[in-house]
Design a binder for this molecule. Sequence first.
Ligand code: NZQ
Ligand code: ZN
Length: 384
Amino acid sequence: MHNFTYYNPVKVLFGKGQIQQLGQLISPNAKILLTYGGGSIKANGVYQQVEQALQGYKVIEFAGIEANPDYDTLMKAVEICRSEKIDLILAVGGGSIIDGSKFIALAAKYNGDAWDILTKADAIFTEAIDLGAILTLPATGSEMNSGAVVSRRSIGAKQAFMNPLVFPKFAILDPETTYSLPKRQLQNGIVDPFIHVTEQYLTTDINSSIQDGFAEAVLKTLINVGQDIVNGTQDYDTRANWMWAATNALNGIIGIGVDHDWATHMIGHELTAAYGLDHGQTLAIVAPQLWRQQSNNKSAKLLKFAHNVWGLENNHPDVAIKQAIIKTEEFFHSLGVKTKLADYGITVDAEKIVANLFKYSSSNLGEHQNIDATAVKEILAMAQ
Ligand code: NZQ
Ligand code: ZN
């Protein structure tokens, strides 16, 4: 196992009715910027619960953060934070709202060009506005990590950043807030955490038995609940297991001391920027082909995946690996998630995707840095 430092300061309040605890988490004098998206929180009653819990607080609202939050929108909120001297940003929604709020929190305290946050590896940040999160869409893990992804549609970019200053101070996860999710977001909410796990698990076999066992438990949970979730089950425990699985897929715990890949995500972000596909949709397209293209490098972990997740113990290793990838595709199909670009009517412009992918960093991708421009083009051709 590699050396590691594990740090996760997020206080998590999980379960029914936990939004009522907001008043215990926020200082009575704090001036709050309440950030949310297109209004789903008003339709499902989450907004009303927040309003009730924040009676007596000074609250300014910033609505309209879009899916794949946009730089230009977020910069408007940065101005409000500065002019209103906001003490805490309360993000209520899915990954886009939490990610966008992380960017706002950091940008509001940064004197340079805010685009540096996403593109300048050596930029120095010393402060961020405090952030709290109320999650309504289990998928990204943003509620319990320090990462965020921001799009800038005006230049066709989608970039990620990580900074410990933007770990939420607290995250409230009430599975009942997920009952109102439409099918497409339920599908994304199974695929995204599944691939978060594989980005950290399907890498090098370094005998990390705790991380691997935890990763396998998260994958098996997602496989077990996937069908019911996508069919809209209102069973509380199924929703709870799903929500906690999605958080654990990307709160750092399965990724400590092991190699990470993230190439599927990097390629997927470019597909979203170029063609507007949902984040989860891009992952289901890229991951299986990336595993095939990289199967020699990933063979030991793909075999573990075949044995421990898909139960394919009795096959020859090469056959088991091939079958595990097919089983994963079949799982996505069983959720109604497509796995080819052509299924969305897209003919990929691989040259453009590769040019954007290596625009801000010339390093190759993958846990062995062996996924170069040629490999990406091969993966995209296989995914067509
Ligand atoms: O706009 P609102 O009204 O909030 O509606 C949203 C939005 O239309 C809706 N929704 C959310 N909760 C709902 C609901 N509708 C009904 N009932 C509810 N309870 O769902 C739609 C999609 O929301 P969004 O926040 O965009 O989805 P998701 O959580 O999948 O976030 C995707 C973004 O997160 C980034 C992605 O790249 C993408 O930009 N990621 C962030 C990561 C991180 N911070 O660690 C890692 C991920 O890999 C990912 O890249
Ligand atoms: Zn993701």
